[in-house]
Design a binder for this molecule. Structure first.
Ligand code: HEM
Ligand code: HEM
Length: 215
C-alpha cells in the first residue's frame, strides 16, 4: 500500500464550498422571507460550482473524471456483491452513482430557482421570460426536488458515516488533504498549478456569466 494524491485541489475546494453554500442557502430559505435575495445569490454560486463540476468531469484530473469512476450497472452490481472489495482510488462504483444523482439534483434545484417567485417581492431572473404554466411547473419542481435533495444528502452522510465508523475506511481525510492509501500499482492524480489554473478559469468564467446576467 502507498499514499497517493487522489483528489486535486479544485475538486476538494469545490466540495467544501458546495457544502457551505448549500447549508447556508437551505437555512436562509427556511428562516425568513427577507433572506430570499441571499438565497438566490448563493444559488448562482452553486450554479457556477455545478457548471465547474460538470466540465471538470471531462477536463479534470484522473480520478475526478466521469470516465474514470462511472461504471456500468453490471460492474456496479459485481462491486456490491464483493465481500471486501480492494481499495481503489476515487469514488467506488456505487458511490459514483450517488455522486451523479447529487450533482443532477442540485443542478435541477439551482436551474429551476431561476424561474421562481415568492409572489411578494422576489422574482427569479428568468421568471419574466416564460409563461405562467412553465413558472408553475418550475415552482413545483423546486418544491418537490428539495425532498429528493435532502434524501440524497442524508444518504451521502449516512454512507460516509458507515465507511468511517463501521468499515474503518477514511473517506473524509482524502476529501480534506487529497491523499488516500491505495494499492501500489495505482498512479497519483495530477494536481499541478497548470491544472489548478484551468479549474480557476472555468469556475471564474461561469461565476462571472451568472452574476453578470442574473444579479
Ligand atoms: C450539503 C451537503 C453535501 C453535499 C451536497 C455533498 C456533495 C458531494 C459531492 C457532489 C461529492 C462528489 C465530489 C466530486 O467528485 O466532485 C461528494 C463527495 C464526498 N463528500 Fe460530500 N457533500 C455534502 C456534505 C458532506 C459532508 C458534511 C462530508 C463530511 C463529513 C462529506 C464528505 C464527502 C466525502 C468524504 C466525499 C468523497 C466520497 C468518496 O470518497 O467517494 N460531504 N460530496
Ligand atoms: C441549489 C440551489 C438552491 C437550493 C438548494 C434551493 C432550495 C430551496 C428550498 C428548499 C426552498 C423552499 C421550498 C419550500 O418551502 O417548499 C426554496 C424556495 C425558493 N427558492 Fe430556492 N433553492 C436554490 C436556488 C434558488 C435560486 C437560484 C433562486 C432564484 C434565483 C431560488 C429562489 C427561490 C424562491 C423564490 C423560493 C420560494 C420562496 C417562497 O415560496 O416564499 N432558489 N429554494
Amino acid at each position: 500500500m502507498k499514499k497517493i494524491k487522489v483528489w486535486d485541489l479544485p475538486t476538494r475546494l469545490f466540495h467544501w464550498l458546495l457544502v457551505i453554500s448549500m447549508a447556508i442557502t437551505m437555512i436562509l430559505i427556511h428562516i425568513d422571507g427577507l433572506w430570499i435575495d441571499w438565497h438566490a445569490r448563493l444559488g448562482y454560486l452553486i450554479l457556477a460550482l455545478m457548471t465547474f463540476r460538470w466540465l471538470w468531469g471531462f477536463w479534470g484530473s484522473q480520478y475526478a473524471r466521469f470516465s474514470q469512476f462511472l461504471k456500468s450497472p453490471q460492474e456496479t452490481y459485481q462491486y456490491i456483491q464483493q465481500k471486501d472489495p480492494a481499495t481503489k482510488p476515487g469514488h467506488n462504483p456505487l458511490g459514483a452513482w450517488s455522486v451523479m444523482a447529487l450533482l443532477l439534483s442540485i443542478t435541477i434545484q439551482a436551474l429551476t430557482g431561476l424561474f421562481m417567485t415568492d409572489e411578494i417581492a422576489f422574482n427569479g431572473p428568468l421568471y419574466a421570460y416564460v409563461s405562467s404554466t412553465w413558472v408553475d411547473y418550475f415552482i413545483w419542481v423546486h418544491h418537490q426536488n428539495q425532498y429528493v435533495l435532502m434524501s440524497l444528502i442524508a444518504l451521502h452522510l449516512g454512507a460516509i458515516f458507515y465507511y468511517q465508523v463501521i468499515r474503518k475506511k477514511d473517506l473524509i481525510g482524502p476529501m480534506r488533504h487529497g491523499y488516500q492509501e491505495v494499492d501500489e500499482r495505482h498512479l497519483a492524480a495530477d494536481d499541478h498549478w497548470r491544472l489548478r489554473s484551468r479549474a480557476l478559469i472555468i469556475f471564474l468564467m461561469s461565476a462571472l456569466v451568472y452574476f453578470y446576467f442574473f444579479l
